[in-house]
Design a binder for this molecule. Sequence first.
Ligand SMILES: [Zn+2]
Length: 483
Amino acid sequence: MRIFIASLVTETNTFSPIPTSLRSFTNLDYSRRDGSLGPDRGSSRALQEWRRAAEQGGHEIVESISTYAQPAGTTVRAAYEELRDYILDDLSKAQPVDVVLLDLHGAMIADGYDDCEGDLITRTRAVVGPDVMIGVELDLHCHLTEAMVAGADIVVTYKEYPHTDIRECAREVYGLTMAASQGTLKPVKAVHDCRMIGLWPTTREPVRSFVERMRALEGKNGIASVSLIHGFPWGDVADVGAKVLVIANGDQAQAEALARQLGAEFWAMREEARTPYLTVDEALARVRANSAKAPIVLADVADNAGGGAASDSTAILQRVLDLGLREIALGCFWDPVAVQMCFGAGIGATLALRIGGKVGEHSGQPVDVLATVRGLCPDHKQPGNSGSQWPLGPSAYIETRGVHIILSTIREQVFSPELFTDIGCAMSDKRGVVVKSSQHFYNSFEPIAAEIHYVAASGPISPDFTQIPYTKVQRPLWPRSEA
Ligand SMILES: [Zn+2]
């Protein structure tokens, strides 16, 4: 068989002040035809799995682009169209193919395209015709649309948040799409709209058990795949929200019944599954009272670069300084100008620095400190959840009045303690660590944390779901509505 593969991944926060441009992709993570042969990166994992499986099966791979942009604001129209057309041009030239496998996010929005993935899948179908199987892997933080479901034969989302199962999900997409192509699976799909928005870490109950329940249903009694789409609340599109997607083998009624049942179960657990958020002052009071020999880890979820935030909000930092807290570390602030000044001053120097508060209205006011440069790294990195290294660019570690701050040149969320420790900021002697991240930090910080709490500061992805200023949503969505 001849299998065409491509990857185009970003998550769009329509409320973010940072445009997503072509450079947002090409400067960070971009390859054409050979991305799966390179290192483990944001865009390459699914393609690597697909290439490996295809080669083991004696099939031919035709690879197009693989590219990833850090989540940010609406994608520039020409950027989306150019990347999309690379894929479609490569696909046209590759004809005839037997199978198409696409690694997408599912929450990419461009000027003029509320549903980039639905558009790409529809155009892909137009190129290959009705008989070629199209399999798609999506992030669970997607907006599942009718265009995606109608255009693709197989659609599967990750089950885990943090996303530790991207490769496993890719193998599932491969297996199901190949089975459909070979005629041993007749995929029929059903979607249940849960009419809910929220963030649901799968490290917590009752969502943890719901994930296990989904897995237990798969591969037996005619059920091929079950996905819980969490949705991405900060995309102002009609299809935002949580959904259940079931793929069954030939029995449409069975797929619909299970999707409806699981959707009802998820709805029923909505209050119990609600993530608890502390206010900034509640969270810092816990840090002040911490007597454990390990830090309390606070997630500044509202300023998570991985959700499109600027990662330069000073809301928590300012409060830490106002309260005179010491032995607390915060990271990482996207502040290339401050980093440059630290490099100019050198390690050990003390200088006046203006930190953060620059990029958008939710960044707050910049904070002026007299800081000592404790560490500099010209090419700072941190390991992600799959072991791959994520670049932070030139970075600085500064200390002011017992407060330890990491500044980076590349906007990135915190994945791991190495973001702090590899530049000289120890974790073990801190009372508190504030990470600009929503959930992907969790697995690597849990072993070193006395406690972990999610904090609702102000920011472009504040978890106050009732206040997101949608203009395109026409359905009632819990918790904005109880209907
Ligand atoms: Zn996600």
